[in-house]
Design a protein around this ligand. Sequence first.
Ligand code: FMN
Length: 197
Amino acid sequence: MNRRNFLMSAVALAAGATALAADASATPEKPAAKPAEKPAPGKTALVAYYSWSGNTRALARHVADALGADLLEIRPKTPYPNDYGRCVAQAKAEIAKGLRPEIEPLPDLSRYTLVVVGSPNWWGTLAPPVSAFVADPALAGKRMALFQTHGGGGMQRLERDFRAQAKGTVVGRALAVAGTRAAGAKEEAARWAATLR
Ligand SMILES: Cc1cc2nc3c(=O)[nH]c(=O)nc-3n(C[C@H](O)[C@H](O)[C@H](O)COP(=O)(O)O)c2cc1C
């Protein structure tokens, strides 16, 4: 409980105590029935993506909208350089070594049954932060699918590498969209997402 909530609870308790004292002579009533409705169970589909320059984020939003899914940005603990040339060089070295960078801690994934993953095409494969995410043991037993954005190379090795690396069960075919078209690919994303349900 943070300090504000704590203070509010204290105020509510004090108000309740005053009300009880004022009503001490009243006939005790049965405790109020519990509300009939259970709390909303929450979404069971998650769209998790990494994006360096925004294209995969745009496509991720379309996919999440179509699925009614939660959206999670995969964040490397140390962000990649903003400079394109330096980013490309670092990515090349990491991919050559099979390095998986540390990523920010993930939320509880236990309620998700479908985890749809978005990656930019980096050197023909998944961006290393995405490789770090898809190998998380918390994804074991879940249905998983991949979409990616690229700069003209298309799918290249991303689908194959995703199948090899993902801890969950990969379903459907991966979707590849040119980065320049990602923001306008709402309908394509929705058609593809419909194949995953
Ligand atoms: C480090 C790096 C490597 C890339 N390698 C490829 C590649 O091998 N093939 C390709 O088609 N596009 C490549 N691109 C282009 C990106 O895949 C494309 O611009 C993508 O839409 C970027 O997604 P983002 O905006 O979500 O980061 C590369 C971009 C970067 C930054």
